[in-house]
Ligand binder design. Structure first.
Ligand SMILES: [Zn+2]
Ligand SMILES: [Zn+2]
Ligand SMILES: [Zn+2]
Length: 245
């Protein structure tokens, strides 16, 4: 956190160095899918060797999840084409407004503009041969999207699971779930609230994300129940996706 000298912000443990939340799914013989274009997208791609993006999925339009969109230009150049992006209606509208130079380009040319083909989603959809299901969750009063791919689900930025979403979370192998800090927050799960979700959903393994500097990695991990850990930048996991047949 800017201007903070707490133990976590001064920590030498690389797992305490947290850039903005985002995940990248590289499917064998399938697409490379980026979830959100975080403010830190450029550095994340350089650090973790992301060299291809076939599709972008958006959870919601808060700045930390969209502001790296301009850096997609590099993938357009390398791949010589537009990249499909998927978002719900509200996020689609917000993206069009926040990035008017992309979606309503100026007449005068000069400087590259990202090439994005934006599709509004609602429910299940197919990304390059991979089945994706949207999971309706709430981020404060605001409905946002979680995503399920096969036995893996990513639920960042939420503090409530919609009633109709619980059946979509049955039989998970891996769940990534928001847990900002110990103290309650109006739009994010606390650790205790996230653990209640884990108890109900019973994934084989859960990783908590969107963690703030209240939670030192090593000490917090040691206090969590079996099958629950903090996620960290660069964490890589094998997952099973559900391919379109
Ligand atoms: Zn701090
Ligand atoms: Zn948010
Ligand atoms: Zn966020």
């Amino acid at each position: 956190m800017i201007g903070c000298t707490c133990a976590v912000c001064r920590s030498h443990d690389p797992r305490d160095r947290r850039t903005r939340p985002s995940i990248f799914i590289a499917v064998d013989d399938g697409p490379s899918i980026l979830v959100d274009t975080s403010t830190d997208l450029r550095q994340q791609a350089l650090t973790h060797g992301v060299t291809r993006v076939d599709a972008i999925l958006y959870t919601h339009s808060h700045a930390d999840h969209i502001m790296g969109l301009d850096d997609v230009r590099r993938f357009n150049v390398m791949q010589d084409g537009a990249i499909p992006a998927y978002a719900d209606e509200r996020t689609t509208n917000d993206l069009k407004r926040s990035f008017s130079y992309i979606f309503n380009p100026p007449e005068e040319k000069g400087g590259g503009i990202p090439q994005i083909s934006l599709t509004t989603i609602n429910g299940a959809f197919n990304v390059g041969g991979v089945n994706v299901r949207t999971v309706p969750i709430f981020h404060g009063a605001r409905p946002v999207l979680g995503f399920r791919f096969g036995s893996f689900a990513y639920l960042t930025d939420c503090n409530r699971i919609a009633d109709e979403a619980w059946p979509l979370l049955v039989g998970l192998d891996i769940l990534i779930l928001d847990a900002l800090r110990h103290r309650p927050h109006p739009t994010h799960f606390s650790v205790a609230e996230a653990l209640q979700v884990v108890e109900r959903v019973k994934p084989r393994q859960t990783y908590l994300t969107h963690i703030c500097h209240d939670l030192p990695h090593a000490a917090t991990n040691a206090s969590l129940p079996a099958g629950v850990e903090l996620a960290y930048d660069g964490l890589a996991l094998p997952i099973e996706v559900d391919k379109w047949t």
